[in-house]
Design a protein around this ligand. Structure first.
Ligand code: ADP
Length: 294
């Protein structure tokens, strides 16, 4: 089983020719609500990739919370550890303009009420093959979950997004870190993926830097280095490409696939996801991933 201790947000996406300035009202072309949040996205990606997944987090007592819970459950994710707290669910208010640029406001809502793993969360974490973490819950809660994983001997995989300074207590409990190129540069202060990878390996045992259409770069303190190409595909929407990559990578590792095979599997899953719109809606199923690897 894989545990994901993380965020669930409803994405409220408005499509408009040009984003409004202060005091301005504009008419958009289209609006969608899309279940998201990095935690929920990674949980759904891992479940679709074939893993048994438990999601640990919180939603509010509003309609968005009910919809987020139903979406996770429909993907086969165990939601017994998803609590309901009074008040609104987390939301991301997203404006996408005709040039494909976006501006985003995240209001954490119920995610901000997660102060740490509950007793039931600790039991779930201890019984997992991997623990997936991101930085959309309060940092002390993420750190406590990572430490619980470390104590139980469970590999802790951190997506360091949104980028922010990482306390030593957190890094000491992380087994593998999976930033994109920008996050890797922000964490290490080093530019260029090869140099950033070396710097990340001073902090944790294993690291993967995702490089968009250029694939990904893996390294371990053992000295192993791998470059994983991305399939050449027509990208329609790269939202949650990184979350799909991590979810699929964790699913493959939890099955005991060797690291090179697990990285190829993750890259194939992410390449499928960028060919479809949306976040959770774009994530491939296991048969789709297997077929694309043939
Ligand atoms: P994030 O979504 O976190 O910013 P990236 O943009 O690095 O992360 O993408 C994560 C992974 O998704 C990449 O390592 C790659 O495997 C896949 N990917 C992203 N963009 C493309 C693309 N245009 N074509 C094929 N694969 C892609």
């Amino acid at each position: 089983m894989i545990s994901v201790f993380g965020s669930a947000n409803m994405d409220l996406v408005a499509y408009v020719a040009k984003a409004p300035g202060r005091g301005e009202t504009v008419t958009g072309h289209r609006f969608r609500t899309v279940p998201g949040g990095k935690g929920a996205n990674q949980a759904i990606a891992a479940a679709r990739a074939g893993a048994e997944v438990a999601f640990l987090g919180a939603v509010g007592d509003d309609g968005f919370g009910a919809e987020l819970r139903a979406t996770l459950a429909a993907a086969g994710v165990d939601v017994r550890g998803l609590r309901e707290v009074p008040g609104p669910s987390g939301i991301a208010h997203i404006v996408v303009d005709d040039d494909g640029g976006n501006s985003i406001i995240v209001v954490p809502g119920a995610n901000g009420a997660v102060t740490g793993p509950s007793g039931a969360d600790l039991a779930a974490i201890a019984g997992s093959q991997a623990l997936l973490l991101q930085l959309e819950l309060p940092l002390p809660a993420v750190t406590a979950a990572a430490q619980a994983g470390q104590v139980a001997g469970v590999p802790v995989i951190l997506t360091p997004a949104p980028a922010q300074p990482l306390p030593d207590e957190l890094l000491e409990a992380v087994t593998m870190i999976v930033p994109n190129e920008h996050e890797a540069a922000a964490i290490t202060g080093v530019t260029g993926p090869e140099a950033a990878l070396d710097a990340l390996l001073d902090l944790v045992e294993e690291a993967v830097i995702t490089l968009g259409a250029a694939g990904a770069l893996y390294g371990a303190r053992t000295g192993e280095r791998l470059r994983v190409p991305a399939a050449e595909v027509k990208a329609v929407d790269t939202t949650a490409a990184g979350d799909t990559f991590v979810g699929a990578l964790a699913a493959a590792r939890a099955e005991g696939q060797p690291v090179a095979a697990a990285l190829r599997f993750a890259s194939a899953a992410a390449a499928l996801s960028v060919q479809r719109e949306g976040a959770s809606t774009s994530m491939p199923t296991r048969p789709e991933i297997d077929a694309s690897l043939l």
